[in-house]
Design a protein around this ligand. Structure first.
Ligand code: HEM
Length: 416
């Protein structure tokens, strides 16, 4: 491989990124037949890369750091400022252990049970409703179970607004203009709300069980022995609550997949746990959610003739890697069965990042995501019947994050 790294000719690709969305990196990887290319985004030189080998390089902590990678606009909407996503080294690993301790199989099981209870409860109301928008329902149910599980008090009257605030933070990450500002305002409201709760717990005005996310965030001690300041503890607790609510996007795509592939229903009705999991994995692979990730080069190195210079921004294509024809047979077909033979590794299937979550930045919440999706899929297939009226179920690959236009409308719902 002595080919030079392709340079995308445009003066600046920022507009192309807005126009091409999820396909921006993949379009160029295909055009240049190269795992990497150089581009300019927002006035800086960037290397974009895709595929399993690229993911291995991207998750090498000797080569990359997160400090300075996430733009302030993303921190002020999606992540929270100076939160775990922007940390490196020992301090990051220490904090990551705290997150991992909240996402063990018993926590996953508890959340999946809570989700099933809430769905069963909601259906009573749905039976007398003319129609229901699944995304809106999922957002609220997930907000309820996230707060209940985490130990965060939440009044019935608050659920809708809090849920919408969590979603607005996610919706803001790829947006400019009003959608972005909505996310920022939502974050400020949520941080103030959760910070007050952290303060009450620390002052012993609010009792919360040991082992819950609220308790653990409030009393976590950094390697230097100090607690997080109360705003930071709030930000990190939101880093657990918000993504649980974000599972509403995958749930909506799960319902769409069921609708588009009715033949799968029969297999899902057989109570075959393995098939349930295969279906959910294929939803996470096939449908778009996270587009790409960013990191900065820690020290100069060369890979595939690309000159990675210290401080350079590098983007890893998550969506493209999950549709890479070298890894996935007929990647643009929805085939849950592919996961039967899938031997997999930490770098080829990366809807929630790659690598070992205890050693790097990979999402700690994959187990929770999968279990909640499985419980919901079981509910949709085996616990209720419903009709899908005519509606716009298309989703954009340009808007990031995306969702079926209608949010998935259901009618004539009844319990089985
Ligand atoms: C809705 C489905 C989800 C998607 C698509 C998703 C996606 C991601 C992605 C792409 C990353 C970044 C990986 C990286 O930087 O290398 C991430 C990180 C993270 N996710 Fe998730 N996630 C989801 C659900 C969850 C859940 C349910 C939780 C917790 C309950 C969670 C908590 C986190 C945290 C704390 C991080 C930061 C980890 C770090 O920087 O070390 N996520 N997620």
């Amino acid at each position: 491989m002595n080919e030079p790294v392709p340079h995308d000719k445009s003066l600046d690709n920022s507009l192309a990124l807005l126009r091409e969305g999820y396909l921006f990196i993949n379009n160029r990887v295909e055009k240049y037949q190269s795992d990497l290319f150089e581009a300019r985004l927002l006035g800086q030189k960037v290397i974009c890369m895709s595929g399993e080998e690229a993911a291995k390089v991207f998750y090498d902590p000797e080569r990359f750091q997160r400090k300075g990678a996430a733009p302030k606009r993303v921190q002020k909407s999606l992540f929270g400022e100076n939160a775990i996503q922007t940390m490196d080294g020992e301090a990051h690993l220490h904090r990551k252990l705290l997150f991992m301790s909240l996402m063990t199989p018993p926590h996953q099981k508890r959340l999946a049970e809570l989700a099933m209870e809430q769905w069963q409860d909601a259906v009573r109301k749905w039976e007398s409703s003319e129609k229901v928008v699944l995304f809106d329902e999922a957002e609220q149910i997930l907000c309820r179970i996230a707060c209940d599980w985490a130990g965060v008090p939440l009044k019935d009257s608050e659920v809708k607004e809090r849920a919408q605030d969590f979603s607005a933070m996610v919706d803001a990450f790829g947006a400019v203009g009003p959608r972005h500002w909505k996310g920022r305002h939502a974050r400020t409201r949520a941080e103030e709300w959760i910070e007050e709760i952290i303060d009450e717990v620390r002052a012993k005005k609010l009792k919360v069980a040991e082992g819950t996310a609220l308790h653990e965030m409030a009393f976590y001690r950094k390697p230097d022995g100090n607690k997080l300041d109360s705003r930071m503890a709030a930000i990190e607790l939101i880093n657990v609550l918000r993504p649980i609510v974000a599972i509403a996007t995958f749930i909506t795509f799960t319902a769409l997949a069921l609708h588009e592939h009715p033949a799968c229903k029969e297999k899902l009705q057989t109570n075959d746990e393995t098939y349930l999991e295969m279906f959910v994995q294929e939803v996470r692979r096939y449908y778009p959610f996270g587009p790409f990730l960013g990191a900065r080069v820690r020290q100069d190195f060369t890979w595939h003739n690309g000159e990675f210079k210290k401080g350079m921004l590098v983007l890893l294509d998550m969506y493209g890697t999950n549709h890479d024809p070298r890894l996935w047979d007929k990647p643009n077909e929805f085939k849950p069965k592919r996961f039967k033979e899938w031997t997999g590794n930490l770098f080829d299937f990366i809807p929630q990042g790659g690598g070992d979550p205890t050693k790097g930045h990979r999402c700690p919440g994959e187990g929770i995501t999968i279990e909640i999706m499985k419980a919901t899929l079981d509910f949709l297939v085996n616990k209720i019947t419903f009709e899908v009226p005519k509606q716009d179920l298309s989703y954009s690959l340009v808007k990031m994050p995306t969702l079926p236009e209608s949010g998935f409308v259901m009618k004539n719902i009844s319990r089985k």
